[in-house]
Design a protein around this ligand. Structure first.
Ligand SMILES: [Zn+2]
Ligand SMILES: [Zn+2]
Length: 167
């Protein structure tokens, strides 16, 4: 996504853009469109860009192995300082902008922050019952006739806590 900042006057501007995952080179689990909502604060010496991403994903539940749709969000802020000399900085969120440039390309940032939005642990829902370790039945859909005391034990403290919270 390219922003031609010379088209903007000094001050605060808000804009929303939609890009396909294909254009952003994002692959699975992303699909469809990515919504990018940005706030640009432009002043004579710098531009501060604040962007929110809304991403659609198809994830696999760690507990029941079913695919489910999940909308993820992420946010990033980058400061661009106008400077004649292009200097390299380690800070990921700080860049120099040479006066000959009239555009900012945030495609790379959108890609990075989209990837970072994927959670380490994915659950189709908070209380997913998972699969029966013996017969593989998806316990969200139906009960099986296996007796599995071990699984029961694992859930017992949580159930007690839930009962407590409900009372
Ligand atoms: Zn699940
Ligand atoms: Zn079973």
């Amino acid at each position: 996504m390219i922003i031609k900042y010379t088209n903007f006057s000094d001050g605060i501007h808000q804009f929303t853009q939609t890009e396909t995952v294909k254009n952003l080179k994002l692959e699975e689990p992303f699909f469809g469109n990515v919504e990018i909502r940005c706030k640009m604060d432009k002043s004579p010496h710098q531009i501060v860009l604040d962007c929110d991403l809304l991403l659609h994903t198809k994830l696999i539940c760690d507990r029941c192995t079913q695919e489910f749709n999940s909308d993820l969000t992420n946010h990033f802020q980058i400061s661009y300082l106008f400077s004649k000399e292009s200097q390299k900085v380690d800070d990921f969120n700080f860049k120099f902008l040479s006066p000959v440039q009239d555009k900012i390309d945030i495609t790379g940032e959108i890609f990075e922050y989209a990837e970072l939005s994927i959670p380490m642990k994915t659950l189709c829902r908070e209380d997913c019952k998972g699969l029966c370790p013996k017969c593989g039945t998806n316990l969200n859909l139906k009960k099986c006739s296996c007796k599995n005391e071990k699984v029961q034990d694992v859930w017992e403290p949580l159930k007690k806590l839930k009962d407590k919270l409900n009372n």
